[in-house]
Design a protein around this ligand. Structure first.
Ligand code: DUC
Ligand code: ZN
Ligand code: ZN
Length: 464
């Protein structure tokens, strides 16, 4: 097969090794990886000397065009995936929120009808579970057959589920090849603290944090792990942000339990101190950023493997919407932008020496593909996988400014953060979608990627 594109002379980074090699792409797939590959007459050659050749990141956690907090998150599938491409992310897992009474395959069809004509890079879904009454529980298996084997329950919000429903879903997941994710915070404690601070007229953004402090999340993490253990089911904890939860995950994994933790760049970079800032409301998300000890525990978890993935929880809102809560933290829509910043930030931390490039690739791409049944297509520079490739310039220096970002948001919590190194090019299935600060892709060129059922016996999940 003729070579369409040849990435020449770069250093290829996988989750476990780094080596100098050429990478050949034909028909949107990686077809050869070797010391020196000769281009064909019509091959377009991408000079990668001095650059790293990385798999595109997979953002395991986004909320695009999601109705939430009295509005709709600012980025839709077009602007969100455009921003993703410009930050080296070539696949996003977006959350569908099931409607009450809605069978899961209908929820997929409802959201895919919106995503397919808009997406600039490939995408898949998790489904946020609200209702498993009657026959709905059994429609989970139909979603798995449709390529969406991953579900998330919320322990908070007005659509959160009881522990009984959480257990029922965990128990059911085992027989159908599904994985249950959880947003773990203790709802009763959130309500208790919120009411207390409202009574005391303490309503600034700082009290958003104090209404959901470390123990609120830690208790729920411990309970979620206990429920998964009782059900004998695997568990994926989304956006883990606290030390107690990290300890519980570490202990569970030492016991051999299949518990996977995801954290987010905002928890790795910011602490709860941001809520004391005059613009603290812009940082309001749930769970909130925590203290320094929690942040240290998360970085340790990344280093020792207790954290399996890093994802964004991208859920931006406009400044004027965040301002609704200037005088009352309860009115601030929860969520922040990050889809364009995750891979550059994690790679910059690698470039600065905090973690290895291999670790950044592992948590931002390879593990995500392994856990969610996508390793046959995505997550590594490997023959046969999609040519989702990032050419990374370790010498670039970029200070994040919202005016240079490619989403629809009018501000970012990442404003002013200085990065060492930056993605220079992003390729999605062999198509150039980003180069030197410019989006070059196309709305609608991204496609739904079906995930395989998730079974613990799968080789991808061994040793994870
Ligand atoms: N938390 C957020 O901050 N935004 C979206 C949903 C969530 O759980
Ligand atoms: Zn959540
Ligand atoms: Zn989320």
């Amino acid at each position: 097969m003729a070579i369409d594109t040849l990435f020449k002379g770069g250093k290829v980074v996988t989750d476990s090794s780094t080596f100098r090699a050429d990478v050949a792409v034909s028909g949107g797939r990686i077809t050869q990886i070797a010391q020196s590959i000769k281009p064909d007459a019509a091959t377009s050659v991408v000079g990668c000397r001095g650059k790293l050749v990385l798999p595109g990141a997979i953002d395991a956690h986004t909320h695009l065009a999601m109705p939430f907090g009295g509005t709709i998150s600012t980025d839709d599938y077009e602007t969100g995936t455009r921003a993703a491409a410009c930050g080296g992310t070539t696949t996003v897992f977006d959350f569908i929120l099931q409607d009450f009474g809605e069978p899961f395959p209908d929820a997929i069809a409802r959201r895919d009808a919106i995503a397919a004509p808009q997406a600039c890079v490939d995408y898949s879904f998790h489904i946020g579970v609200k209702d498993v009454s009657g026959k709905l529980l059994h429609s989970m298996a139909d979603a798995v057959k449709a390529g969406v084997p991953s579900f998330k329950v919320f322990m908070v919000y007005d659509f959160g589920v009881s522990d009984g429903v959480f257990y029922e879903v965990l128990d059911h997941s085992k027989s159908i090849g599904a994985l249950i994710g959880v947003h773990a915070e203790n709802n009763d404690l959130v309500n208790y603290f919120t009411e207390k601070y409202v009574r005391e007229k303490k309503l600034s953004a700082w009290y958003h944090y104090l209404s959901r402090p470390e123990a609120v999340e830690g208790e729920a993490d411990v309970r979620a792990i206990n429920l998964a253990k009782a059900a004998g089911a695997p568990l994926y904890i989304v956006h883990l942000a606290n030390a107690q939860g990290m300890e519980a995950v570490t202990r569970a994994r030492a016991e051999g339990l299949p518990v996977f933790a995801e954290t987010c760049p905002q928890y790795l970079h910011f602490t709860s101190d941001v809520y004391k800032r005059p613009d603290g409301r812009n940082f309001v998300c749930s769970p909130p950023m925590k203290g320094k000890a929690s942040q240290r525990a998360l970085w340790e978890g990344i280093a020792n493997g207790a954290v399996s993935t890093v994802a964004t929880d991208h859920c931006p809102f406009l400044k004027k919407e965040k301002d609704w809560g200037k005088a009352d933290f309860r009115k601030i829509p929860n969520g922040c932008a990050g889809i364009e910043n995750m891979y550059p930030y994690m790679l910059s931390e690698a470039n600065k020496g905090r973690i290895s490039y291999n670790k950044a690739v592992e948590v931002c791409a390879t593990n995500v593909a392994k856990i969610f049944g996508l390793a046959h297509r995505k997550g590594a520079i490997e023959i046969g996988r999609d040519a989702d490739i990032v050419v990374y310039d370790p010498k670039a220096r970029v200070t994040i400014e919202n005016k240079n970002m490619h989403g629809a948001t009018d501000h970012t919590i990442w404003e002013g953060v200085a990065l060492k190194g930056y993605p220079e090019q992003t390729w999605s299935r062999g198509r150039l979608v980003y180069k030197d600060g410019k989006f070059l892709g196309e709305k609608g060129a991204g496609a739904f990627v079906a995930c395989k059922p998730i079974h613990l016996s799968s080789p991808d999940l061994n040793n994870l």
